[in-house]
Design a protein around this ligand. Structure first.
Ligand code: AMP
Length: 273
């Protein structure tokens, strides 16, 4: 595995590559969720590139940029084991200019839900993903459904800018007890870890209600909110795959999303119906 820090150097190295390139962008502190994306990329491509970069522009003032878990040594080992070919680990100054051209998330879909609670977050996400896709120029890029709105906006950017990459949507990987894997789970103490289970529990309950024929969004939301009562809920929302709010569940076209704080840790999760 080659570890490359500089964007131009990586671009040069990848120019000589023959065959398809699969790319998995991450912020590191790798867990089974990330590894499932890497494995899929490995299975489907000739060359696999993973990036690890804690992107400052997607964190709002007061968020956890400084304390975000950084575990580069362990991540390098995991990437080697997963047979990654190139690990890209840029520094902030290598990849950001002081006064650069900015990408702005769409006015509506970039500023609801996550974008409402974290205004400007998706501007930063799209800025870095745009750069990374231009540096790596992959055939396929892998993103988790865990960050459903991010995935939607990345697909929209690729579409709006006529970018030549196939975006591959990857399923959410969970702990045995249902908690969606996240680098931020390390912030939770034992008590919070237990409370956090209410999030996946509320989503499972929603899925069960739908299986029983409950299609009214308000009914489902109020059951979910009831389960989530002990948490500091930011939103429970039911949208279609285009992120428009729904009144009635549309099978195979619905996403149910939750964002809640457990203690000081903000967690998100969702289920695709
Ligand atoms: P992050 O390091 O949190 O920026 O995540 C990097 C990529 O991994 C994103 O595409 C995430 O959606 C994806 N990801 C994070 N957690 C999970 C998970 N539990 N299951 C599947 N994909 C995930």
């Amino acid at each position: 595995m080659r570890i490359v820090q500089h964007p131009i150097e990586l671009k040069k190295e990848l120019k000589n590559v023959k065959g398809s390139i699969g790319f998995v962008p991450t912020m590191g502190a790798l867990h089974e969720g990330h590894l499932s994306l890497i494995k899929k990329a490995r299975d489907e491509n000739d060359v696999v590139v993973v990036s690890i970069f804690v992107n400052p522009t997607q964190f709002l003032p007061g968020e956890d940029f400084n304390k975000y878990p950084r575990k580069l040594e362990a991540d390098i080992k995991l990437c080697e084991l997963a047979k990654v070919d190139f690990l890209f680990t840029p520094n902030i100054d290598d990849i950001y200019d002081k006064d650069e051209v900015l990408i702005k998330a769409p006015n509506i879909k970039g500023y609801i839900l996550e974008g409402f609670n974290r205004p400007g977050h998706f501007d930063g996400v799209l800025q870095i993903v745009n750069k990374l896709l231009n540096i790596v120029n992959p055939t396929n890029a892998y993103f988790g459904k865990k960050d459903a709105q991010q995935l939607y906006l990345i697909k929209k950017m690729v579409n709006n800018f006529y970018m030549d990459v196939n975006i591959v949507e990857c399923d959410i990987i969970r702990e045995k007890d249902g908690l969606a894997m996240s680098s931020r789970n390390v912030y939770l103490n034992d008590e919070e870890r237990q409370k956090a289970l209410l999030i996946s529990k509320s989503l499972k309950r929603a899925a069960k209600l739908i299986m029983q024929g409950v299609m009214n969004v308000q009914d489902i939301k109020s059951e979910m909110l009831n389960i989530l009562k002990p948490l500091d809920v930011e939103y429970v929302e039911i949208v279609n795959r285009n992120f428009d709010k729904l009144d009635k569940i549309e099978i195979d076209y619905t996403i149910i999303l939750v964002a809640a704080k457990v203690g000081t840790t903000r967690l998100i999760d969702n289920i695709w119906i």
